[in-house]
Design a protein around this ligand. Structure first.
Ligand code: ZN
Ligand code: ZN
Length: 568
């Protein structure tokens, strides 16, 4: 009996020793003077509302345990769920947001009001909708090994980028490293999460290239689910998860986002406090700190010039001498501070201070700062602290070049002959209103088939003579709808059934809209399939389940449809 006990104790001791051996180095605890105007938090967190393991309150309590001031919940959705108003739980400011699936990857959208229709489809359209609804969006996990989830639409005008995503980072590790991580997790969870991070070289290069064109806010997404499982398109029924790992607390302790507010939070008015936090995030006054390496740490980065100071995230106009000053606190032996100019390190310091001059006559450049920690995990090592850029000397972009020159000619589409095309479960009617002898407005009233989205659609279509759009560079029309919605404008080559489309926003105020032929994207055809304009024989206005809920009804008015061009 006693012998068995001894064996057991020996086994337990052995196990503990192995665990300790396999666990990563404990984080270095730094001491820094408190500053009420800086708040720490997490953005990109999933709860039970989508595929996370905990309730919003569980997440808030975990954030409180990890010492965070705010947490932004970003459950998967289409923006039609009314966001829960900001509130304080256990002293943590909880802000509701949404992660939207686009055809070009996931888009984490913050600060938008409830959407009047489903936000989905092409990235450019979702970005346009999020912006119209007052929101700010972040291209999620560009490093995801799952191609269909990673962000791919680099020309689109998204507002921010995840330079790091904790849920993607572990997926490229070898199985042995993951087993080792699993054993070490019980001793040092946050350190284990950090140990699986690397420097995401491709994404950082991409970010540095993007910010030469325009400001793009960089931050690390926790993408916390508190469960580990096969990652796919999220579905309400996903249930094959087994491991409740890593916990919200461990993820929140692995790294945090430090946001410079300029003034302390009220801690009483959650609406005002949420506006302050989101405002600072939009402005780029946000720094990622890998706390499980060492923390807390505080980065300050500003540009001084005639006329004042520009903080992190800002733009300094051309033609002024600029002094860039970066400081990293607290001082820690071995820790380094790097100043990057257009992605290349141009100054290093070991005392946590850098001052760098950018002369008025120098070429425009983007500067940002990284803190480096000796022995930081990863190959190449993950940067310990990552701030946002200051853009210096760039001329503000002129009003964007118009996609289309003024039309020189227009050819009206047939006034008569419009008809309905619809899914068998949809109920659609089409009524003409004769406005003038040459102009008839068509009113489409529709009810999409109920049930799960299964290709329900309603469309009004007209046949056009061959060659109708051959010389055109656009389709123009006047359109309005009973309620805000998106309509897919399509052209079709009847013989092949191939269609090309552009989704447009339609509202109750009638607007004249033009879609450029070269902006059309193929539907039901391979991307890049050449569009033979001479063969186009139908024009369609389509309402489908991309943006419209099954079972819903509505009305669209379309008139003055024409092909037009700016050439001869
Ligand atoms: Zn995602
Ligand atoms: Zn996510």
């Amino acid at each position: 009996m006693r012998r068995a006990l001894l064996v057991l104790i020996a086994l337990a001791a052995g196990l503990a020793a192995v665990t300790a051996m396999l666990a990563p180095r404990a984080r270095t605890r730094l001491a820094v003077k408190p500053d009420e105007t800086l708040v720490r938090g997490a953005i990109h967190v999933h709860t039970r509302i989508s595929d996370g393991a905990g309730t919003p309150d569980d997440v808030a309590r975990a954030a409180a345990k990890a010492g965070l001031d705010f947490v932004v919940l970003t459950d998967h959705g289409d923006g039609t769920r009314k966001p829960t108003p900001p509130r304080y739980v256990d002293g943590v400011l909880v802000i509701d947001a949404v992660e939207i699936s686009t055809t070009g990857g996931h888009y984490v959208a913050l600060g938008l009001e409830q959407a009047p229709y489903r936000l989905a489809g092409e990235p450019r359209d979702v970005i346009e909708d999020v912006t119209r609804l007052g929101g700010f969006g972040i291209a999620a996990h560009p490093d995801s090994p799952k191609a269909e989830l990673s962000w791919r639409e680099w020309q689109a005008p998204f507002n921010g980028i995840e330079w790091l995503n904790a849920d993607s980072a572990w997926r490229d590790e070898r199985r042995r490293a993951l087993v080792r991580a699993l054993i070490g997790y019980w001793l040092r969870g946050p350190e284990v999460i950090a140990s699986l991070l690397d420097r995401p070289v491709t994404t950082l290069v991409r970010w540095d290239a993007l910010t030469r064109r325009r400001m793009v806010v960089g931050l690390a997404g926790h993408d916390a689910h508190a469960r580990m499982g096969p990652r796919g398109e999220w579905e309400p029924t996903a249930g094959s998860y087994s491991l409740r790992l890593p916990s919200y607390v461990a993820t929140f302790r692995a790294f945090s986002l430090s946001v410079a507010l300029g003034a302390p939070l009220s801690r009483r008015d959650p609406h005002a406090d949420a506006a302050a936090v989101l405002g600072a995030v939009r402005a780029g006054r946000i720094t990622t700190v890998i706390d499980a390496v060492a923390g807390p740490a505080r980065l300050a980065f500003a540009a001084s010039h005639v006329g004042g100071q520009t903080p992190m995230g800002g733009d300094v106009r051309p033609g002024v001498d600029v002094s860039l000053a970066a400081s990293l606190e607290p001082p820690a032996p071995g820790a380094g501070l790097h100043l990057l100019k257009d992605g290349v390190v141009v100054a290093r310091s070991t005392d946590g201070l850098i001052v760098f001059a950018h002369a008025a006559l120098s070429a425009p450049a983007v500067y940002r700062v990284e803190g480096v920690w000796p022995g930081a995990p990863g190959v190449p090592p993950v940067p310990w602290v990552v701030g946002n850029p200051i853009r210096v000397g760039f001329t503000p972009p002129r009003a964007s070049v118009p996609l289309l020159l003024p039309a020189q000619w227009a050819m009206p589409a047939p006034v008569d002959g419009w008809r309905i095309e619809q899914h068998p479960a949809s109920v659609t009617t089409l009524t003409p209103t004769i406005l003038t002898p040459t102009n008839t407005a068509w009113t489409m009233t529709w009810r999409l088939g109920t049930g799960a989205p299964a290709g329900q659609y309603a469309a009004m279509a007209v046949d056009v003579p061959p060659g109708f759009v051959r010389r055109a560079d656009r389709l123009s029309f006047t359109i309005r709808s009973a309620a805000p919605m998106r309509v897919s404008v399509q052209i079709r080559i009847g013989s092949s059934g191939m269609r090309w489309q552009r989704s447009i926003y339609v509202s109750p105020s009638p607007t004249e809209q033009s879609i450029a032929v070269r902006e059309l994207t193929p539907v039901g055809a391979e991307p890049g399939t050449p569009l033979d304009l001479a063969r186009v024989d139908a024009i369609l206005f389509v309402v489908d389940t991309v943006n419209t809920a099954p079972g819903s009804t509505g009305e669209v008015w379309v008139s003055e449809v024409r092909a037009a061009g700016s050439g001869n």
